[in-house]
Unconditional design. Structure first.
Length: 331
């Protein structure tokens, strides 16, 4: 059962699943109750944004695998899945590594060079370079990266082409590894205070939720730009609105906002950030290319087929914690 998807159809997934001898049911669930209603008898659940909580998992009596369309698994209560001996899988982040890195740089450049500000002014009849002032030179400035995984490293490589110096904070990566990649390892406090452009590329966890709140935003440089190509709730939108309105920081580029509209049925664009000129917002599209979407859909469907067919998954999240290797059981 596909709990939800926003790519229009399941024409890639269906032949993979059905040719393996299984039935595919596709739904558009926005609530836990909807997931339970459709998936209670499913052997496998694939989800994009739908919350697969402990309450949902307790009702999935036949489920052997929960597969995520994507790399992050915060929509799934992995601990609950493990307790119920349900395997959780994801898609390795290289499926959209180049797309997200390109998008992060695009947001950074759009904000730094005031592209949308100039565009609006020009369309309104103002033909003056001064309509975007002040703009500061990127070469020689400091790019800060929160996390230093594959995508963050790809961003650092792109930023180097603009002459930027990279600092990074990642408590799960050794300092020597960061240094070997051409960046400087710093503390979180140094990342916040020293970055001219700070890119968030960390997963959403209880520790990173609202990590960028009023306290941290006030500590950033008044000329700094914040870019979030990770998950919206890592940034406190109310605090960010104040920061951008009152000049605590210069601008922001966001690929998601705190309420995560893709998870809300009948969402309305009422976030006050939309009214500000010094923020560029895209609809959680950093991962998107036609090639990336095809890859993530195919991988998730094949992961389900592998598990239900008795094979080990290629990208398990909790396999080492399960009491029983569920894929070893006959379908």
């Amino acid at each position: 059962m596909i709990a939800d998807y926003d790519h229009g159809d399941v024409d890639i997934e269906r032949p993979i699943v059905e040719q393996a001898g299984f039935e595919l049911v596709a739904a558009q669930c926005k609530t836990e109750d909807e997931v339970i209603e459709v998936a209670h008898a499913a052997a496998a659940v694939v989800a994009q944004y739908a919350t697969i909580s402990a309450r949902v998992i307790a009702e999935l009596h036949e489920c052997r695998v929960i597969a995520r369309y994507g790399s992050g698994v915060d929509i799934v209560d992995v601990d609950a899945a493990t307790r119920h001996n349900i395997l959780v899988t994801n898609v390795p982040s290289d499926w959209c590594e180049n797309e997200v890195a390109d998008h992060a740089m695009a947001l950074l450049l759009a904000v730094a060079r005031k592209i949308t500000v100039y565009d609006r002014a020009t369309r309104g009849g103002t033909w003056r370079w001064q309509s975007g002032e002040p703009i500061h030179r990127l070469r020689g400035s400091t790019l800060g990266l929160l996390s230093f995984g594959a995508i963050a490293r790809a961003i650092a490589n792109r930023a180097a082409g603009f002459g930027m110096q990279t600092i990074a904070h990642d408590p799960f990566v050794e300092e020597d590894e960061i240094t070997a990649s051409g960046a400087t390892a710093v503390s979180f406090e140094e990342l916040v205070t020293e970055s001219d452009c700070l890119v968030i590329q960390a997963p959403l966890t209880p520790d990173t939720h609202h990590l960028f709140d009023e306290v941290q935003l006030r500590r950033m440089k008044p000329t700094a730009i914040l870019v979030n190509t990770a998950r919206g709730p890592i940034v406190d939108d109310r605090a960010l609105h104040r920061a951008l309105s009152e000049g605590w920081i210069a601008g922001a580029g966001l690929d998601d906002i705190e309420e995560e509209p893709a998870k809300i049925r009948d969402w309305r664009p009422e976030n006050p950030l939309f009214a500000l000129d010094n923020v560029v917002i895209t609809p959680h599209a950093a991962y998107y290319s036609e090639e990336a979407i095809s890859t993530v859909r195919q991988f998730a469907a094949e992961e389900v087929v592998r598990v239900l067919g008795g094979q080990a998954p290629l990208s398990p999240v909790n396999a080492g914690e399960l009491v029983e290797a569920r894929w070893s059981r006959s379908a």
